[in-house]
Ligand binder design. Structure first.
Ligand code: IVH
Length: 663
């Protein structure tokens, strides 16, 4: 055996032993023997640098020191999940899905690992890149650190697909965490707060040797790519397991939501026996065609949700209840607490939600209360310790006047919140509207922060959004902490926002319930503000994915004179109220046709078909009505949709017929 052959043999042998030990938990040789083989390979590689391989098992022991991490784009955004906390909310999730798809489907239940998420990119069976989540769109390239994690293979085994991405969670097992903390205590160092933060901190270390000393582990739970082995989430993960990737044995298929609820109940107790921490269960629709059909809201997939276990609670003293006014005038009562440690952070304030919540729990100033971290960043007060209540305490009276502008508050029927109706002159509402308008996903105005907005409003330089476009440099220069350069930046930031496309401007003006996704849908459908302003409720609900609540809110917004004046003013500053000319249509064969796409298709994805409809001049609509021209149906269109189309005499056409129609 020559040197190259010995190197190749050792690499393959060590990969196999890594897999047996860290993925299958079934070692065949002792640690001593493993270390001996590893040091032989390290020496041979040092002596023969011409045979270097970036994915050799020796990379697992580290050795590289990085100055900084490169920021890279995610090919697919790394989204998080919306949360549920009880069986009822899981039933709601199931019902929401069944409103969109009416064919049988299955769920997959997975552990919700409490660690840091990671995206691994494999090309031709080799680990090419590992990217941290970052802001979901861009993350850090942490490949070198990730290579040291023993259960992440640098090379795959057997019939893998050429290109794919697989996402999962890097965790630090409980025992390793405790050991690390014992060592730190012995060395007089401050202890780490929890395994999740420690895993996250480890990934950010600059010396890979240090990372390799942390016994991190990684479970993978989501495969993405163009040519995946199957159209089922779980079956793809099973393939990944054969390729050598670590998939949890606990992942299970469930035939309905009751099965999911049983699973959630089981893990509520059993989680304490796991060697690592989990904070819930993730529930996903297994069929990836159906996942595609369900799609995403601007923040979350509609095909998956997380169920969060009851979180840690602590008790503390409630010193005072204060009230916050949001951009829409909504009043949120806030509990100001005696500082307390909760799940690794110091908590001083907690949300009390609304008047009903205060009344339901009978929360009073001076009470000892229990605080819990929910899905939101701000913790919430969940209960009062009645036995500690002061005999002379008074029930809380919810304020009747706005704490900021003294206007009488209103509470509409069916609304949980009180509102301050003085939207024109109430300071936090004015500032809140600007904050939303300039935010990154809206007009993204550089050089303008909340503090500057507050100053500009206080100085009466701006009061409605369109005033921004009247600002001159000499007006802002005298403001506190405003230098020549920052004033220039601000003015040029405002100027360039005039080019922001219609859909983002529509989101920016802050119509209630018109989030990013809805704004996009409306902008695509109407293509200009005038048509949207003049649209009726009936026309709005016909638009793909627009329901009653959104339609009502749009109608109510444009029925107010002040909003129509605002739009006219913004128009006069040349903001983009017309959608960009889309690429020229391929044809007008579907001109003025309203088409419903339903079911699963053989040759095109649902999105591709929807795009084809638009490219040929047609409009996608969400539900079947008299106005529907035809239903484009997959093999298994649900029975209720079929029946409705037949009742109304709407033609149902197949994928093939559709393609013929537009060819
Ligand atoms: S799926 C679009 N599955 O929880 C799919 N996430 O709140 C998104 N997580 O960001 C992720 N275990 O960091 C998924 N089995 C699991 C998970 C999991 C833990 C984390 C992940 C994600 C967050 C969602």
């Amino acid at each position: 055996m020559n040197v190259k052959e010995r190197i190749d043999f050792l690499r393959k042998d060590l990969e196999d032993h890594n897999h047996l030990y860290y993925v299958l938990d079934n070692p065949e040789i002792s640690d001593f023997e493993f270390d001996k083989l590893m040091s032989e390979l390290i020496n041979l590689e040092l002596e023969n640098p011409q045979f270097n391989d970036e994915n050799s098992p020796t990379k697992k022991v580290g050795g590289k020191v990085m100055d900084s991490f490169k920021t890279v784009d995610h090919q697919y955004p790394m989204l998080s999940l919306s949360n549920t906390y009880n069986a009822e909310e899981l039933q709601d999730f199931d019902e929401r899905i069944k409103k969109i798809i009416d064919v049988p489907f299955e769920y997959v239940c997975e552990l919700k690992f409490d660690g840091v998420s990671i995206s691994l990119i494999y090309e031709n069976g080799e680990l090419k890149q590992a990217i941290s989540r970052g802001d979901g769109t861009k993350g850090d390239d942490v490949t070198e650190n990730v290579k040291t994690i023993r259960s992440i293979p640098l090379k795959l085994r057997e019939d893998f697909v050429a290109n794919f991405e697989i996402r999962g969670e890097i965790i630090l097992p409980k025992e390793a965490f405790n050991k690390l903390n014992e060592e730190r205590e012995r060395s007089g160092l401050e202890k780490y707060a929890n395994p999740r933060n420690t895993a996250s901190g480890s990934l950010k270390l600059h010396d890979t040797k240090e990372v390799s000393k942390r016994p991190l582990d990684c479970f993978l739970y989501h495969m993405l790519g163009e040519n995946l082995p199957t159209n089922f989430h779980l079956q793809n993960l099973e393939k990944a397991k054969i390729w050598g990737l670590k998939i949890s044995e606990t992942t299970k298929l469930k035939s309905d939501i009751n099965g999911v609820i049983d699973c959630v109940n089981y893990w509520e107790e059993a989680r304490h026996d796991l060697p690592f921490e989990i904070d819930g269960i993730v529930i996903k629709v297994n069929n990836t065609d159906l996942q595609e059909e369900l799609g995403f809201t601007s923040k979350f997939p509609r095909w998956a949700i997380s169920y969060k276990f009851k979180s840690e609670q602590v008790s503390t003293l409630l010193n005072e209840i204060t009230y916050q006014v949001g951009r829409t005038g909504a009043i949120t009562p806030v509990a100001n607490l005696e500082s307390v440690q909760l799940a690794g952070t110091t908590v001083k304030r907690a949300s009390l939600h609304n008047a009903d919540q205060i009344a339901k729990l009978d929360i009073r100033e001076g009470d000892v209360v229990y605080v819990e971290k929910g899905g939101e960043i701000i913790p919430k007060v969940v209960a009062v310790e009645m036995k500690d209540r002061n005999l002379f305490s008074h029930p809380t009276k919810f304020i009747t006047q706005c704490p900021e502008c003294n206007t009488e508050l209103i509470r509409k029927e069916g609304d949980a919140k009180h509102y301050c109706p003085n939207s024109e002159n109430c300071f936090p509402q004015i500032v809140g509207r600007f904050e939303h308008f300039i935010s990154r996903k809206a007009m993204d105005i550089d050089g303008l922060g909340v503090e500057t907005i507050e100053l500009l409003v206080k100085e009466n330089l701006i009061s409605d959004i369109s005033d921004l476009y009247l600002l001159r440099k000499e007006q802002i220069l005298p403001l506190e902490r405003m230098a020549e350069k920052s004033a220039d930046n601000l003015i040029s930031g405002i100027e360039s926002s005039k080019k922001i496309p219609f859909e983002r401007l529509l989101y920016a003006i802050g119509i209630r319930f018109v989030g990013e996704t809805v704004a996009k849908k409306l902008a695509n459908h109407y293509t200009n503000i005038d048509d949207l302003m003049n649209s009726t409720f009936e026309e709005l609900v016909e638009v793909d994915e627009i329901g009653d609540k959104i339609a009502e809110s749009v109608i109510s917004y444009f029925s107010q004179d002040k909003n129509r004046v605002l739009i006219e003013n913004l128009k006069s500053h040349n903001l983009c109220f017309v959608a960009e000319e889309k690429e020229k249509n391929l044809s007008d064969k579907l001109e003025s046709m309203a088409i419903v796409v339903s079911g699963v298709f053989t040759n095109h994805s649902r999105n591709e078909l929807k795009q084809l409809i638009e490219k040929h001049g047609g409009k996608n609509v969400s539900s079947i009505s008299k106005k529907t021209t035809f239903v484009l149906a997959g093999d298994n269109i649900g029975p209720s949709k079929k029946e409705k189309a037949e009742d109304l005499g709407i033609p149902i056409i197949s994928e093939e017929e559709f393609i013929n129609k537009i060819s």
